[in-house]
Design a binder for this molecule. Structure first.
Ligand code: NAD
Length: 491
Protein backbone atom coordinates (compact mmCIF):
# COMPACT_ATOMS: atom_id res chain seq x y z
CA UNK A 1 0.00 0.00 0.00
CA UNK A 2 1.40 3.41 -0.92
CA UNK A 3 0.86 6.62 1.00
CA UNK A 4 2.11 9.20 -1.54
CA UNK A 5 0.32 9.81 -4.89
CA UNK A 6 2.09 8.20 -7.86
CA UNK A 7 3.93 10.61 -10.17
CA UNK A 8 2.72 10.15 -13.77
CA UNK A 9 5.59 9.94 -16.26
CA UNK A 10 5.05 11.28 -19.77
CA UNK A 11 5.22 8.69 -22.58
CA UNK A 12 5.97 4.97 -22.58
CA UNK A 13 9.29 3.93 -20.95
CA UNK A 14 12.16 4.27 -23.42
CA UNK A 15 15.46 4.23 -21.52
CA UNK A 16 15.92 8.00 -21.25
CA UNK A 17 13.91 9.82 -18.58
CA UNK A 18 14.57 13.53 -18.11
CA UNK A 19 12.45 15.64 -15.78
CA UNK A 20 9.60 13.11 -15.82
CA UNK A 21 9.49 12.71 -19.63
CA UNK A 22 10.52 9.54 -21.43
CA UNK A 23 12.48 10.56 -24.54
CA UNK A 24 12.32 8.56 -27.75
CA UNK A 25 14.66 10.46 -30.07
CA UNK A 26 17.85 8.50 -29.35
CA UNK A 27 19.20 5.49 -31.24
CA UNK A 28 17.32 2.22 -30.95
CA UNK A 29 19.11 -0.37 -28.84
CA UNK A 30 17.87 -3.95 -28.60
CA UNK A 31 18.14 -5.67 -25.21
CA UNK A 32 19.09 -9.33 -25.58
CA UNK A 33 18.07 -12.41 -23.63
CA UNK A 34 21.46 -13.67 -22.43
CA UNK A 35 20.49 -17.35 -22.76
CA UNK A 36 18.61 -17.44 -26.06
CA UNK A 37 20.61 -14.45 -27.46
CA UNK A 38 17.32 -13.20 -28.98
CA UNK A 39 16.16 -9.57 -28.58
CA UNK A 40 13.64 -9.14 -25.74
CA UNK A 41 12.75 -5.52 -26.45
CA UNK A 42 14.16 -2.37 -27.99
CA UNK A 43 14.91 0.70 -25.88
CA UNK A 44 16.33 4.11 -26.76
CA UNK A 45 19.82 5.16 -25.82
CA UNK A 46 20.83 8.64 -24.76
CA UNK A 47 22.04 10.98 -27.52
CA UNK A 48 24.98 13.32 -27.03
CA UNK A 49 23.56 16.17 -24.93
CA UNK A 50 20.99 14.02 -23.07
CA UNK A 51 23.26 13.53 -20.05
CA UNK A 52 23.74 17.31 -19.89
CA UNK A 53 19.95 17.84 -20.02
CA UNK A 54 19.50 15.19 -17.33
CA UNK A 55 21.98 17.01 -15.08
CA UNK A 56 20.14 20.31 -15.72
CA UNK A 57 16.91 18.64 -14.61
CA UNK A 58 18.65 17.24 -11.50
CA UNK A 59 20.17 20.65 -10.66
CA UNK A 60 16.67 22.19 -10.69
CA UNK A 61 15.29 19.42 -8.47
CA UNK A 62 18.24 19.56 -6.08
CA UNK A 63 17.53 23.24 -5.48
CA UNK A 64 14.27 22.12 -3.81
CA UNK A 65 15.35 19.23 -1.55
CA UNK A 66 12.50 16.98 -0.47
CA UNK A 67 11.71 17.00 3.24
CA UNK A 68 13.19 14.05 5.17
CA UNK A 69 9.76 12.59 6.05
CA UNK A 70 8.77 12.66 2.36
CA UNK A 71 12.00 10.92 1.34
CA UNK A 72 11.27 8.27 3.99
CA UNK A 73 7.75 7.71 2.65
CA UNK A 74 8.82 7.52 -0.98
CA UNK A 75 11.70 5.12 -0.37
CA UNK A 76 9.70 2.84 1.93
CA UNK A 77 6.76 2.79 -0.48
CA UNK A 78 9.15 2.04 -3.34
CA UNK A 79 10.54 -0.90 -1.37
CA UNK A 80 7.03 -2.34 -0.93
CA UNK A 81 6.06 -1.66 -4.57
CA UNK A 82 9.16 -3.43 -5.82
CA UNK A 83 8.05 -6.55 -3.93
CA UNK A 84 4.49 -6.15 -5.27
CA UNK A 85 5.86 -6.11 -8.82
CA UNK A 86 8.36 -8.91 -8.16
CA UNK A 87 7.08 -11.35 -10.80
CA UNK A 88 7.45 -8.91 -13.72
CA UNK A 89 10.71 -7.40 -12.49
CA UNK A 90 12.30 -10.84 -11.99
CA UNK A 91 11.22 -12.06 -15.43
CA UNK A 92 12.95 -9.07 -17.09
CA UNK A 93 15.97 -9.46 -14.80
CA UNK A 94 16.49 -13.17 -15.62
CA UNK A 95 16.18 -12.48 -19.34
CA UNK A 96 18.54 -9.51 -19.49
CA UNK A 97 21.21 -10.91 -17.11
CA UNK A 98 21.08 -14.67 -17.72
CA UNK A 99 21.09 -15.11 -13.93
CA UNK A 100 18.94 -17.85 -12.42
CA UNK A 101 15.55 -17.44 -10.75
CA UNK A 102 17.26 -18.05 -7.38
CA UNK A 103 19.67 -15.19 -8.16
CA UNK A 104 16.67 -13.03 -9.08
CA UNK A 105 14.85 -13.88 -5.83
CA UNK A 106 17.93 -13.03 -3.80
CA UNK A 107 18.74 -9.77 -5.55
CA UNK A 108 15.19 -8.46 -5.63
CA UNK A 109 14.73 -9.10 -1.90
CA UNK A 110 18.04 -7.37 -1.22
CA UNK A 111 17.17 -4.35 -3.38
CA UNK A 112 13.90 -3.95 -1.45
CA UNK A 113 15.90 -4.14 1.79
CA UNK A 114 18.40 -1.54 0.52
CA UNK A 115 15.57 0.89 -0.29
CA UNK A 116 14.09 0.29 3.18
CA UNK A 117 17.46 0.87 4.89
CA UNK A 118 17.87 4.05 2.81
CA UNK A 119 14.41 5.26 3.90
CA UNK A 120 15.45 4.88 7.53
CA UNK A 121 18.61 6.91 6.99
CA UNK A 122 16.54 9.77 5.56
CA UNK A 123 15.04 10.39 8.99
CA UNK A 124 18.25 9.77 10.96
CA UNK A 125 20.51 12.23 9.19
CA UNK A 126 22.00 14.65 11.73
CA UNK A 127 25.12 16.64 12.48
CA UNK A 128 26.82 16.99 15.84
CA UNK A 129 27.84 19.57 18.38
CA UNK A 130 31.51 20.61 18.10
CA UNK A 131 33.15 21.70 21.39
CA UNK A 132 34.68 24.98 20.14
CA UNK A 133 34.03 26.59 23.54
CA UNK A 134 37.06 24.64 24.75
CA UNK A 135 39.34 26.86 22.62
CA UNK A 136 40.67 29.79 24.69
CA UNK A 137 38.83 32.94 23.64
CA UNK A 138 35.83 30.94 22.27
CA UNK A 139 34.05 30.42 25.58
CA UNK A 140 30.94 32.21 24.30
CA UNK A 141 30.70 30.26 21.09
CA UNK A 142 28.46 27.31 20.33
CA UNK A 143 29.12 25.22 17.22
CA UNK A 144 27.43 22.35 15.48
CA UNK A 145 27.37 20.74 12.06
CA UNK A 146 24.38 20.15 9.84
CA UNK A 147 24.47 17.65 6.96
CA UNK A 148 23.74 19.34 3.63
CA UNK A 149 22.88 17.34 0.47
CA UNK A 150 25.73 17.55 -2.07
CA UNK A 151 23.22 18.41 -4.85
CA UNK A 152 23.46 16.21 -7.93
CA UNK A 153 24.68 12.62 -7.66
CA UNK A 154 25.79 10.82 -10.83
CA UNK A 155 25.44 7.03 -10.56
CA UNK A 156 27.08 4.58 -12.97
CA UNK A 157 26.34 0.88 -12.52
CA UNK A 158 27.69 -2.47 -13.80
CA UNK A 159 25.70 -5.31 -15.38
CA UNK A 160 26.13 -7.85 -12.63
CA UNK A 161 23.76 -6.51 -9.92
CA UNK A 162 21.38 -4.30 -11.91
CA UNK A 163 18.78 -4.08 -9.13
CA UNK A 164 20.71 -4.01 -5.89
CA UNK A 165 23.80 -2.07 -6.96
CA UNK A 166 21.50 0.53 -8.50
CA UNK A 167 19.41 0.59 -5.30
CA UNK A 168 22.64 1.11 -3.30
CA UNK A 169 23.30 4.24 -5.35
CA UNK A 170 19.91 5.91 -5.82
CA UNK A 171 18.49 4.90 -2.39
CA UNK A 172 21.15 6.69 -0.30
CA UNK A 173 21.43 9.59 -2.78
CA UNK A 174 17.69 10.34 -2.49
CA UNK A 175 17.68 9.65 1.26
CA UNK A 176 20.38 12.30 1.64
CA UNK A 177 18.20 14.88 -0.14
CA UNK A 178 19.95 14.87 -3.51
CA UNK A 179 18.76 14.51 -7.10
CA UNK A 180 20.23 11.74 -9.26
CA UNK A 181 21.26 11.00 -12.82
CA UNK A 182 21.54 7.23 -13.29
CA UNK A 183 23.53 5.51 -16.06
CA UNK A 184 22.98 1.74 -15.86
CA UNK A 185 25.03 -0.86 -17.75
CA UNK A 186 24.14 -1.12 -21.42
CA UNK A 187 23.62 -4.92 -21.15
CA UNK A 188 21.02 -4.66 -18.35
CA UNK A 189 18.87 -1.50 -18.59
CA UNK A 190 15.48 -3.10 -17.87
CA UNK A 191 16.02 -3.52 -14.13
CA UNK A 192 17.01 0.16 -13.86
CA UNK A 193 13.91 1.18 -15.85
CA UNK A 194 11.79 -0.93 -13.46
CA UNK A 195 13.37 0.71 -10.38
CA UNK A 196 12.86 4.15 -11.91
CA UNK A 197 9.18 3.40 -12.49
CA UNK A 198 8.76 2.02 -8.98
CA UNK A 199 10.22 5.16 -7.37
CA UNK A 200 7.90 7.43 -9.37
CA UNK A 201 4.93 5.17 -8.63
CA UNK A 202 5.87 5.70 -4.98
CA UNK A 203 5.53 9.47 -5.44
CA UNK A 204 9.03 10.71 -6.35
CA UNK A 205 8.43 14.01 -8.17
CA UNK A 206 9.91 14.57 -11.67
CA UNK A 207 13.54 15.58 -11.89
CA UNK A 208 14.83 13.90 -8.73
CA UNK A 209 15.74 10.74 -10.64
CA UNK A 210 16.78 11.00 -14.28
CA UNK A 211 17.76 7.95 -16.26
CA UNK A 212 20.17 7.88 -19.20
CA UNK A 213 20.54 4.39 -20.63
CA UNK A 214 23.33 4.15 -23.15
CA UNK A 215 26.98 3.44 -23.64
CA UNK A 216 29.77 4.35 -21.29
CA UNK A 217 31.53 6.27 -24.03
CA UNK A 218 28.53 8.57 -24.75
CA UNK A 219 26.17 8.76 -21.78
CA UNK A 220 28.69 7.78 -19.08
CA UNK A 221 31.54 10.00 -20.23
CA UNK A 222 29.27 13.04 -20.60
CA UNK A 223 27.91 12.55 -17.10
CA UNK A 224 31.40 12.17 -15.62
CA UNK A 225 32.65 15.32 -17.33
CA UNK A 226 29.79 17.54 -16.09
CA UNK A 227 31.13 19.72 -13.27
CA UNK A 228 27.61 20.27 -11.90
CA UNK A 229 27.66 16.65 -10.69
CA UNK A 230 28.93 16.90 -7.10
CA UNK A 231 29.26 13.21 -6.31
CA UNK A 232 29.93 10.29 -8.62
CA UNK A 233 29.18 6.81 -7.39
CA UNK A 234 30.65 4.22 -9.72
CA UNK A 235 30.67 0.44 -9.60
CA UNK A 236 32.48 -1.42 -12.35
CA UNK A 237 35.88 -2.51 -13.56
CA UNK A 238 39.14 -1.07 -12.26
CA UNK A 239 40.07 0.12 -15.76
CA UNK A 240 36.91 2.25 -16.13
CA UNK A 241 37.17 3.37 -12.48
CA UNK A 242 40.63 4.77 -13.22
CA UNK A 243 39.29 6.67 -16.25
CA UNK A 244 36.49 8.13 -14.15
CA UNK A 245 38.93 9.25 -11.47
CA UNK A 246 41.10 10.93 -14.08
CA UNK A 247 38.15 12.68 -15.74
CA UNK A 248 36.01 13.71 -12.79
CA UNK A 249 38.19 16.57 -11.55
CA UNK A 250 37.49 17.56 -7.96
CA UNK A 251 34.08 15.88 -7.83
CA UNK A 252 33.79 13.53 -4.84
CA UNK A 253 33.75 9.87 -5.90
CA UNK A 254 33.05 6.38 -4.66
CA UNK A 255 34.80 3.77 -6.79
CA UNK A 256 33.63 0.19 -6.17
CA UNK A 257 35.92 -1.77 -8.47
CA UNK A 258 37.06 -5.25 -9.39
CA UNK A 259 38.80 -7.99 -7.44
CA UNK A 260 40.23 -11.50 -7.71
CA UNK A 261 38.84 -12.26 -4.26
CA UNK A 262 40.36 -14.97 -2.12
CA UNK A 263 39.35 -17.02 0.88
CA UNK A 264 41.83 -18.77 3.17
CA UNK A 265 41.26 -22.30 4.46
CA UNK A 266 43.31 -23.23 7.54
CA UNK A 267 44.05 -26.92 8.22
CA UNK A 268 41.65 -26.94 11.19
CA UNK A 269 38.68 -25.57 9.15
CA UNK A 270 35.32 -27.31 8.83
CA UNK A 271 35.89 -28.58 5.26
CA UNK A 272 32.24 -29.47 4.64
CA UNK A 273 31.24 -25.92 5.55
CA UNK A 274 33.90 -24.58 3.14
CA UNK A 275 32.79 -26.88 0.32
CA UNK A 276 29.08 -26.10 0.82
CA UNK A 277 29.64 -22.34 0.85
CA UNK A 278 32.12 -22.30 -2.05
CA UNK A 279 29.81 -24.39 -4.25
CA UNK A 280 27.27 -21.55 -3.89
CA UNK A 281 29.39 -18.40 -3.55
CA UNK A 282 31.81 -19.30 -6.34
CA UNK A 283 29.11 -19.98 -8.93
CA UNK A 284 26.04 -17.81 -8.27
CA UNK A 285 25.47 -15.39 -11.13
CA UNK A 286 27.85 -17.63 -13.10
CA UNK A 287 30.70 -16.31 -10.95
CA UNK A 288 30.15 -12.74 -12.17
CA UNK A 289 30.33 -11.24 -8.70
CA UNK A 290 33.15 -8.96 -7.58
CA UNK A 291 33.55 -10.91 -4.31
CA UNK A 292 33.17 -14.36 -5.94
CA UNK A 293 35.57 -16.99 -4.58
CA UNK A 294 38.17 -16.84 -7.32
CA UNK A 295 41.04 -18.24 -5.22
CA UNK A 296 40.64 -20.66 -2.34
CA UNK A 297 44.05 -20.56 -0.68
CA UNK A 298 44.28 -23.73 1.37
CA UNK A 299 46.84 -25.11 3.80
CA UNK A 300 48.54 -27.86 1.76
CA UNK A 301 47.88 -30.65 4.31
CA UNK A 302 44.09 -30.52 3.66
CA UNK A 303 44.10 -29.59 -0.02
CA UNK A 304 43.43 -33.12 -1.39
CA UNK A 305 40.57 -33.66 1.02
CA UNK A 306 38.99 -30.26 0.30
CA UNK A 307 39.48 -30.63 -3.47
CA UNK A 308 37.51 -33.88 -3.46
CA UNK A 309 34.65 -32.39 -1.40
CA UNK A 310 34.42 -29.37 -3.69
CA UNK A 311 34.72 -31.43 -6.88
CA UNK A 312 31.82 -33.65 -5.76
CA UNK A 313 29.55 -30.68 -5.10
CA UNK A 314 30.50 -28.66 -8.18
CA UNK A 315 30.05 -31.55 -10.63
CA UNK A 316 26.48 -31.78 -9.27
CA UNK A 317 25.73 -28.18 -10.25
CA UNK A 318 23.56 -27.91 -13.34
CA UNK A 319 24.33 -25.26 -15.97
CA UNK A 320 21.74 -24.21 -18.53
CA UNK A 321 18.58 -22.16 -19.05
CA UNK A 322 18.30 -19.80 -16.06
CA UNK A 323 14.48 -20.07 -16.20
CA UNK A 324 14.71 -23.80 -15.41
CA UNK A 325 14.35 -24.04 -11.61
CA UNK A 326 16.75 -27.02 -11.50
CA UNK A 327 19.58 -24.91 -13.04
CA UNK A 328 22.07 -23.29 -10.65
CA UNK A 329 24.44 -21.71 -13.18
CA UNK A 330 23.23 -19.70 -16.17
CA UNK A 331 25.18 -18.26 -19.10
CA UNK A 332 27.80 -15.56 -18.78
CA UNK A 333 26.91 -12.07 -19.99
CA UNK A 334 28.33 -12.71 -23.50
CA UNK A 335 29.94 -15.57 -25.45
CA UNK A 336 33.11 -13.47 -25.79
CA UNK A 337 33.42 -13.28 -21.99
CA UNK A 338 33.07 -17.07 -21.67
CA UNK A 339 35.67 -17.47 -24.42
CA UNK A 340 38.03 -15.15 -22.54
CA UNK A 341 37.58 -17.14 -19.32
CA UNK A 342 38.32 -20.38 -21.23
CA UNK A 343 41.54 -18.92 -22.56
CA UNK A 344 42.63 -18.10 -18.98
CA UNK A 345 41.80 -21.70 -17.94
CA UNK A 346 43.85 -23.01 -20.86
CA UNK A 347 46.76 -20.73 -19.94
CA UNK A 348 46.69 -21.99 -16.34
CA UNK A 349 46.44 -25.64 -17.50
CA UNK A 350 49.41 -25.27 -19.83
CA UNK A 351 51.37 -23.78 -16.91
CA UNK A 352 50.67 -26.88 -14.77
CA UNK A 353 47.19 -26.45 -13.23
CA UNK A 354 44.77 -29.41 -13.19
CA UNK A 355 41.11 -28.92 -14.16
CA UNK A 356 39.24 -31.13 -11.66
CA UNK A 357 35.69 -30.09 -12.65
CA UNK A 358 34.09 -28.51 -15.71
CA UNK A 359 36.18 -26.52 -18.14
CA UNK A 360 34.10 -26.78 -21.30
CA UNK A 361 31.98 -24.11 -22.96
CA UNK A 362 28.94 -23.86 -25.19
CA UNK A 363 28.51 -20.27 -26.35
CA UNK A 364 28.11 -18.11 -23.25
CA UNK A 365 27.54 -21.15 -21.05
CA UNK A 366 30.73 -22.11 -19.20
CA UNK A 367 30.56 -25.26 -17.09
CA UNK A 368 31.19 -24.64 -13.38
CA UNK A 369 34.95 -25.12 -13.26
CA UNK A 370 37.45 -25.95 -10.52
CA UNK A 371 41.22 -25.85 -10.96
CA UNK A 372 44.03 -27.04 -8.70
CA UNK A 373 47.54 -25.66 -8.33
CA UNK A 374 47.56 -22.75 -10.79
CA UNK A 375 51.04 -21.27 -11.17
CA UNK A 376 51.84 -17.86 -9.70
CA UNK A 377 51.76 -15.22 -12.42
CA UNK A 378 49.01 -16.82 -14.53
CA UNK A 379 46.04 -14.51 -15.14
CA UNK A 380 43.75 -16.79 -13.13
CA UNK A 381 45.88 -15.84 -10.10
CA UNK A 382 46.63 -12.18 -10.76
CA UNK A 383 43.58 -10.73 -12.55
CA UNK A 384 39.81 -10.81 -12.13
CA UNK A 385 38.30 -13.76 -14.05
CA UNK A 386 34.62 -12.84 -13.39
CA UNK A 387 33.43 -16.32 -14.44
CA UNK A 388 32.22 -19.57 -12.77
CA UNK A 389 35.79 -20.65 -12.03
CA UNK A 390 37.32 -21.40 -8.61
CA UNK A 391 41.02 -22.16 -8.18
CA UNK A 392 42.39 -24.19 -5.27
CA UNK A 393 45.78 -22.78 -4.36
CA UNK A 394 48.07 -24.56 -1.88
CA UNK A 395 49.83 -22.55 0.84
CA UNK A 396 52.44 -23.61 3.42
CA UNK A 397 50.57 -21.80 6.19
CA UNK A 398 47.88 -19.23 6.90
CA UNK A 399 50.68 -16.71 7.18
CA UNK A 400 51.82 -17.50 3.62
CA UNK A 401 48.21 -17.22 2.41
CA UNK A 402 47.90 -13.74 3.94
CA UNK A 403 51.17 -12.78 2.22
CA UNK A 404 49.89 -14.03 -1.14
CA UNK A 405 46.67 -12.00 -0.87
CA UNK A 406 48.46 -8.85 0.29
CA UNK A 407 50.97 -9.12 -2.57
CA UNK A 408 48.17 -8.72 -5.17
CA UNK A 409 46.77 -5.49 -6.58
CA UNK A 410 43.18 -5.91 -5.35
CA UNK A 411 41.67 -5.65 -1.87
CA UNK A 412 37.87 -5.99 -1.75
CA UNK A 413 36.87 -8.73 0.73
CA UNK A 414 38.47 -11.95 1.98
CA UNK A 415 37.20 -15.05 3.80
CA UNK A 416 39.05 -16.98 6.51
CA UNK A 417 38.00 -20.48 7.57
CA UNK A 418 39.51 -21.62 10.87
CA UNK A 419 38.39 -22.82 14.29
CA UNK A 420 41.21 -20.87 15.98
CA UNK A 421 40.06 -17.43 17.09
CA UNK A 422 43.63 -16.13 17.37
CA UNK A 423 44.39 -17.12 13.77
CA UNK A 424 41.12 -15.53 12.64
CA UNK A 425 41.82 -12.23 14.39
CA UNK A 426 45.42 -12.13 13.23
CA UNK A 427 44.24 -12.56 9.62
CA UNK A 428 41.46 -9.98 10.06
CA UNK A 429 44.01 -7.41 11.26
CA UNK A 430 46.65 -8.09 8.62
CA UNK A 431 44.70 -8.70 5.41
CA UNK A 432 44.71 -5.59 3.20
CA UNK A 433 41.04 -5.66 2.19
CA UNK A 434 37.82 -3.76 2.91
CA UNK A 435 36.17 -6.65 4.78
CA UNK A 436 37.12 -9.99 6.35
CA UNK A 437 34.53 -12.74 6.72
CA UNK A 438 35.40 -15.34 9.37
CA UNK A 439 34.15 -18.86 8.61
CA UNK A 440 32.54 -17.51 5.49
CA UNK A 441 33.65 -16.77 1.95
CA UNK A 442 34.82 -13.43 0.55
CA UNK A 443 31.34 -13.15 -0.96
CA UNK A 444 29.27 -12.57 2.21
CA UNK A 445 27.44 -9.25 2.04
CA UNK A 446 24.54 -7.88 4.07
CA UNK A 447 23.20 -4.58 2.79
CA UNK A 448 23.46 -2.67 6.06
CA UNK A 449 27.20 -3.24 6.38
CA UNK A 450 29.91 -0.90 5.11
CA UNK A 451 31.07 -2.32 1.82
CA UNK A 452 34.00 -1.23 -0.27
CA UNK A 453 37.58 -2.01 -1.14
CA UNK A 454 41.15 -0.79 -0.84
CA UNK A 455 44.04 -0.75 -3.35
CA UNK A 456 42.86 -1.41 -6.95
CA UNK A 457 39.42 -2.44 -5.65
CA UNK A 458 38.69 1.25 -5.12
CA UNK A 459 37.55 3.33 -2.17
CA UNK A 460 34.44 4.66 -0.48
CA UNK A 461 31.90 2.56 1.35
CA UNK A 462 28.41 1.60 0.29
CA UNK A 463 25.74 0.55 2.76
CA UNK A 464 23.01 3.20 3.13
CA UNK A 465 24.27 4.64 6.42
CA UNK A 466 27.80 5.13 5.08
CA UNK A 467 26.83 6.28 1.60
CA UNK A 468 24.32 8.82 2.96
CA UNK A 469 27.08 10.35 5.10
CA UNK A 470 29.35 10.69 2.06
CA UNK A 471 26.55 12.04 -0.16
CA UNK A 472 26.11 14.99 2.21
CA UNK A 473 28.58 17.69 3.20
CA UNK A 474 29.04 18.66 6.84
CA UNK A 475 28.46 22.40 7.28
CA UNK A 476 29.77 23.97 10.47
CA UNK A 477 27.59 26.64 12.06
CA UNK A 478 29.07 28.78 14.85
CA UNK A 479 27.04 31.07 17.09
CA UNK A 480 28.91 33.92 18.76
CA UNK A 481 26.66 34.29 21.78
CA UNK A 482 26.70 37.41 23.90
CA UNK A 483 27.15 36.99 27.61
CA UNK A 484 23.77 37.22 29.37
CA UNK A 485 23.02 40.75 30.70
CA UNK A 486 24.46 41.05 34.19
CA UNK A 487 21.82 40.25 36.74
CA UNK A 488 19.40 38.74 34.21
CA UNK A 489 19.89 35.28 35.63
CA UNK A 490 19.50 36.43 39.27
CA UNK A 491 15.77 37.10 38.93
P1 NAD B 1 32.47 -1.87 -16.71
O1 NAD B 1 33.56 -1.14 -16.01
O2 NAD B 1 32.72 -2.38 -18.07
O3 NAD B 1 31.17 -0.94 -16.82
C1 NAD B 1 30.58 -0.37 -15.68
C2 NAD B 1 29.78 0.86 -16.09
O4 NAD B 1 30.69 1.87 -16.54
C3 NAD B 1 28.80 0.62 -17.25
O5 NAD B 1 27.60 1.31 -16.98
C4 NAD B 1 29.51 1.23 -18.43
O6 NAD B 1 28.67 1.65 -19.44
C5 NAD B 1 30.20 2.42 -17.76
N1 NAD B 1 31.33 2.98 -18.52
C6 NAD B 1 32.15 2.34 -19.38
N2 NAD B 1 33.06 3.23 -19.89
C7 NAD B 1 32.79 4.42 -19.33
C8 NAD B 1 33.35 5.73 -19.46
N3 NAD B 1 34.38 5.96 -20.28
N4 NAD B 1 32.82 6.73 -18.73
C9 NAD B 1 31.78 6.51 -17.89
N5 NAD B 1 31.19 5.31 -17.75
C10 NAD B 1 31.69 4.28 -18.46
O7 NAD B 1 32.02 -3.05 -15.72
P2 NAD B 1 30.99 -4.24 -15.97
O8 NAD B 1 31.59 -5.22 -16.92
O9 NAD B 1 29.63 -3.72 -16.23
O10 NAD B 1 30.96 -4.88 -14.51
C11 NAD B 1 31.90 -5.79 -14.05
C12 NAD B 1 32.94 -5.14 -13.18
O11 NAD B 1 32.31 -4.48 -12.08
C13 NAD B 1 33.87 -6.17 -12.55
O12 NAD B 1 35.18 -5.69 -12.59
C14 NAD B 1 33.38 -6.25 -11.11
O13 NAD B 1 34.33 -6.68 -10.18
C15 NAD B 1 32.96 -4.84 -10.86
N6 NAD B 1 32.04 -4.78 -9.72
C16 NAD B 1 32.51 -4.29 -8.53
C17 NAD B 1 31.67 -4.28 -7.43
C18 NAD B 1 32.14 -3.71 -6.11
O14 NAD B 1 31.31 -3.50 -5.25
N7 NAD B 1 33.43 -3.49 -5.90
C19 NAD B 1 30.36 -4.74 -7.53
C20 NAD B 1 29.92 -5.23 -8.77
C21 NAD B 1 30.77 -5.25 -9.86
Amino acid sequence: MTTAAATPLAGPPTGVLIDGHWHSGGPEAPVYDKFTRQPITVIRHARPGDATDAVTSAVRAAARPLAPARRYEILSDASRLLLDRAADVKAAYVAETGFTMADADGELARAAQTLRLSAEEAVRLAGEEVPVAAAPGSEQRLAFTIRVPVGVVGAIAPFNAPLNTVAHKIGPALAAGNAVVLKPAEQTPLSAIALTEVLHAAGLPPGYLNLICGTGEVAGAELVADPRVRFLTFTGSTAVGLLIKQRSGITKTHLELGSNSASIVAADADLDLVADLVARAGFRKAGQVCTSVQRLITEATVLDDLAERIRARVTDLKAGDPRDPSVQVGPMIAPAEAERACSWIAEAASAGATVIAGGSRDGALLEPTVLRDPAAGTRIMTSEIFAPVVSLVPARSVDAAIGLINAGRYGLQAGVFTRDIDVAFDAARRLQVGGVMINDTSSYHADAMPYGGVKDSGYGQEGPRYAVADMTDPRIIVLNLRPATKGATDQ
